[in-house]
Design a protein around this ligand. Structure first.
Ligand SMILES: NC(=O)c1ccc[n+]([C@@H]2O[C@H](COP(=O)([O-])OP(=O)(O)OC[C@H]3O[C@@H](n4cnc5c(N)ncnc54)[C@H](O)[C@@H]3O)[C@@H](O)[C@H]2O)c1
Length: 355
């Protein structure tokens, strides 16, 4: 078997490559990356040592994708993955759409040409901002939490948001490129009879993540706290009550392995998140950091941004039931791992800071 991974030097791409290398011993793993993410070049030696072939390549360029050669599976992990992609002044909206959507089309054509299965890494950001902001929540301690007596809309419950939750726009440019990629991938799968697996990931986390405030918040906050970077609670009255769940990259690899072993039967849209047990607010994360590294002041910016959402917990019951998959890495272990990685690489934030 051959698996190719786009964005193979990114946090998720490299973690999946290394994990799947161990999990499928007789499988060739190769990939491309355009190294647009600062820090991504640090993955290259680790991948080479593990016997994973890495080439420079950009999914926006058809010939770069074609150069990957035939494959049985493609994992599409190349993207500009920030909710602020295309509007933060670092990249244009056109670039965000070209990386995140036009690139997907080249990958789909590749899958069609080689009759390859696709694992598309989508995001919780496909879920409707308006609908998420209308969830019945109460403040419990230092976090938003579900109001069990509230009226929960279809696809959501105190256990989280399921695959049936509204994807009505607006969802951010980033979310829209991912949702559009999902739709195109499903159509290619149906039209050309390809197994298309769409994993809607919540916050993924782990040691070597290139975290920013917009993406990889657990990794960013722990490192920023430890290294004295400025920290700010944005929106929600500056309370830091907003909640996210975290899934360790190893647990995602476990899910992808099970999906690949299931083959065509794995086709579908699946939530992949750590769930309520692995959820925490920013204020609670600050509490964890204060205990670990000592107290710090956190600034406050009460201005609400367009895509702020108070509570995103992924209900991954469907994937758990279908693939007999249960995330094994607790949030406490994830935070410990990030802190330990920071101890060994105190310069990581500077190394991986977006230009
Ligand atoms: N990390 C998360 O919390 C999270 C959550 C949900 C979904 N995802 C999805 O998972 C995927 C991987 O995210 P990540 O966290 O590893 O991000 P990342 O930024 O660490 O990795 C993305 C990699 O893709 C590369 N890349 C970007 N544009 C490219 C292009 N046009 N051609 C080739 N390579 C390109 C970058 O250089 C980088 O190495 C993305 O599709 C993202 O949307 C991530």
């Amino acid at each position: 078997m051959k698996i190719v991974i786009t964005g193979i030097c990114g946090f998720v791409g490299s973690e999946l490559a290394l994990q799947l290398r161990r999990r499928f011993s007789d499988t060739e793993i190769a990939g491309i990356d355009n190294f647009s993410r600062p820090g991504s070049e640090t993955a290259r030696p680790r991948l080479r040592t593990a016997g994973v072939a890495v080439k420079h390549g950009d999914i926006r360029c058809r010939s770069d994708v074609d150069a990957l050669g035939a494959a049985d599976w493609v994992i599409d992990a190349a993207a500009n993955p920030s909710v602020l992609a295309g509007i933060d002044g670092r990249t244009s909206s056109r670039q965000a759409v070209e990386h995140n959507l036009a690139g997907t089309l080249n990958v789909l054509e590749f899958c069609k040409a080689h009759n390859a299965g696709l694992v598309l890494l989508s995001t919780s950001r496909v879920y409707s901002v308006k609908a998420l902001n209308a969830l019945p929540l109460v403040v419990r301690g230092e976090a938003f939490g579900p109001d069990p007596s509230g009226a929960w809309p279809p696809g959501a419950s105190p256990a989280g948001v399921t695959e049936d939750f509204s994807t009505a726009p607006p969802v951010s440019l980033y979310g829209a490129t991912k949702r559009a990629s999902e739709i195109m991938a499903i159509e290619y799968g149906d039209t050309f009879d390809l197994p298309v697996v769409i994993n809607r990931c919540g916050v993924l986390a782990g040691a070597g993540q290139f975290g920013t405030a917009e993406q990889g918040i657990f990794s960013y906050w722990v490192r920023a706290w430890a290294s004295g970077h400025r920290l700010t609670y944005l929106g929600f009255d500056g309370s830091g009550h907003q909640v996210r769940d975290a899934l360790h990259a190893e647990d995602l690899a476990d899910l992808v392995e099970r999906q690949m072993r299931a083959g065509r039967d794995a086709a579908g849209v699946w939530n992949a998140g750590g769930g309520a047990a692995n959820a925490m607010s920013l204020a609670q994360l600050s509490g964890w950091c204060a205990e670990r590294f000592g107290p710090r002041a956190v600034g406050v910016d009460r201005d609400r941004r367009k895509w702020d959402v108070p509570w995103v917990v992924m209900d991954a019951t469907r994937a758990s039931d279908r693939f007999r998959w249960t995330p094994a890495v607790s949030l406490a272990s994830i935070l410990d791992e990030i802190a330990e990685h920071h101890r060994r690489h105190p310069d990581w934030l500077a190394l991986t800071e977006p230009l």
